[in-house]
Ligand binder design. Structure first.
Ligand code: NAD
Length: 484
């Protein structure tokens, strides 16, 4: 990071070096802009340092532990598996360092300058940065706000890294807590809760609403919840933690009465809020919604023509790949290209066990929008590769327009769902049909065949599951599996 000086200038200042900001900066540099990136913490933002990447590393390690312990069924006997979580954390930190170091190197090669400090607007073309060496003024023709979002805290439960943790602290633990209480059954709560359960913690998830992973097709969530139960995780929905005493005993109100649960560590995972306060946005007149998200148009431009915003700070879904896409579009708009954000298919992946990955409309959404829906599912249990990898749980569900066959949504719960969803995203993005996917030859034996076969189910000619011959259109196809 550069030394603090009194004044600098740039074509573009990017505030925030997460997957939105760093991607925008690189694209801007490719397009010939002189770019300065400001971040108060580390290059890579939450995603690379404390979120997506470290959590996937720890989830992978804990899944390996579970696989080794369960390898008996494959005829592999392993005695005395022990976990050195401190070493696991070191390994995870090494991956983070390698990736963030890589971004630093890309910045250098692209001639992007970085400044470490807290940024705020003085006016629409002047940014003040408080650095460890004093204040720096940056003059910029244009600015990108890519400041992300932060974890919501609950009253009386401040994230202290001791009893109360956010995902960041949970991923740095050097021993699994005996009793792990998770408040919030959203994506973070379910991912980290499952990770801890695999390392041996007794996990309780307390979710206020009546379902975990709200917003996901309940058919998919059911498979994840079934597996949580197998791991002896307790999931309390429609429940609220009303207090936790100093010894870590939590009082929980549920529909069936009051419960107490002992907690060595408490993960608070009740959502994100945008990082838009303290940026001086009100002073410059940048419009925000009632929750503090910066308001932008389809070119990622705020109501101030030279100020753009991307990523979590403009609102949900809070996804790294959404931020990166917005970063690229915004850079191209800033460089004068005639482009806008036009994404039909925004995929999402949840790294529970099994994984969930979705793109496009759910069946309920498609019906609400007036589509005559044709849907069908193909089970992982009828896919040879899934069985050979010992991952038979889950299914691929297609949601299509019954009238013209347009693929509207694909919802996967199963092994490697996150790596399978992109084919569906491509199909939906291109306005493709169920037939396009079904007619495409898929290599055997692979998990990707589940998508091709789900297309065949929707079209009523499944090979590896039995579908009754006269499938009435407009109905959901559920079929009996015959495994190969
Ligand atoms: P979330 O919004 O997904 O879930 C929070 C959950 O907490 C909700 O179900 C809510 O009903 C519940 N809740 C709120 N207050 C509560 C209370 N007092 N007691 C009990 N439950 C309560 O938020 P998150 O899981 O913290 O994740 C934050 C954001 O980060 C999400 O928008 C998510 O999309 C994103 N994220 C994505 C990924 C991924 O793509 N794999 C991973 C991690 C985070």
């Amino acid at each position: 990071m550069s030394q603090a000086a009194s004044a600098k200038s740039a074509d573009v200042v990017v505030i925030g070096a997460g997957p939105g900001g760093y991607v925008a900066a690189i694209r801007l540099a490719q397009l010939g802009k002189k770019v300065v990136v400001i971040d108060r913490e580390r290059i890579g933002g939450v995603c690379l340092n404390w979120g997506c990447i470290p959590s996937k590393a720890m989830i992978a390690a804990s899944s390996l532990v579970e696989s080794i312990k369960g390898a008996d069924s494959m005829g592999i006997k392993v005695d005395g598996v022990t976990v050195d979580m401190a070493k696991m954390k070191e390994w995870k930190d090494g991956i983070v360092k390698r990736l963030t170091g890589g971004i630093g190197e890309l910045f250098k090669r692209n001639g992007i300058e970085t400044v470490a400090g807290n940024a705020s607007f003085v006016d629409a073309h002047t940014i003040k940065v408080s650095t460890s060496k004093g204040e720096l003024l940056l003059k910029a023709a244009q600015t990108v706000i890519a400041t992300g979002a932060h974890v919501v805290e609950l009253p009386g439960m401040p994230i202290d890294g001791k009893l109360y943790l956010s995902a960041k602290e949970a991923l740095d633990l050097t021993a699994p807590p005996a009793e792990f209480l998770v408040i919030g059954g959203g994506i973070v709560g379910c991912e980290i809760g499952t990770y801890m359960a695999k390392l041996g913690s007794k996990v309780t998830i307390v979710e206020m609403s009546d379902s975990v992973l709200a917003g996901t097709d309940p058919e998919l969530t059911k498979v994840v919840q079934r597996n949580m139960k197998k791991r002896k995780m307790t999931v309390l929905t429609g429940a609220k933690v009303t207090g936790i005493d100093k010894s870590g005993t939590a009082t929980i109100e549920t529909a069936k009465g009051t419960k107490t649960v002992k907690a060595d560590k408490v993960l608070v995972a009740v959502g994100f809020r945008p990082n838009s306060a303290d940026l001086g946005l009100e002073a410059v007149g940048v419009a925000m919604d009632e929750r503090g998200h910066v308001v932008v148009d389809d070119q990622l431009r705020t109501n101030k023509p030279d100020i753009f915003a991307i990523g979590d700070v403009i609102g949900p879904p809070y996804l790294a790949h959404k931020a990166s896409k917005e970063g690229i579009v915004c850079a191209e708009v800033m460089a004068g290209q005639s482009v806008s954000l036009d994404v039909k298919a925004m995929p999402a992946a949840i790294f529970t066990d099994p994984e969930i990955a979705t793109v496009g409309l759910t069946e309920a959404q498609a019906k609400e929008l007036g589509h005559n829906v044709n849907s069908g599912s193909f089970p992982f249990g009828a896919n040879g590769r899934a069985l050979a990898a010992s991952h038979p749980d889950g299914f691929v569900k297609f949601v299509a327009d019954a009238d013209d066959g347009t693929l509207l949504g694909v919802h996967i719960v199963g092994h490697e769902a996150s790596n399978l969803i992109s084919e569906a995203a491509l199909c939906i993005e291109m306005g493709g049909t169920v037939s396009d996917l079904g007619l495409t030859v898929h290599p055997h034996p692979t998990l990707s065949e589940t998508l091709m076969e789900a297309a065949h189910v929707v079209e009523g000619h499944a090979i590896h599951i039995y579908v009754p011959p006269e499938k009435p259109s407009g109905n959901s196809t559920k079929a009996a599996a015959s495994t190969r």
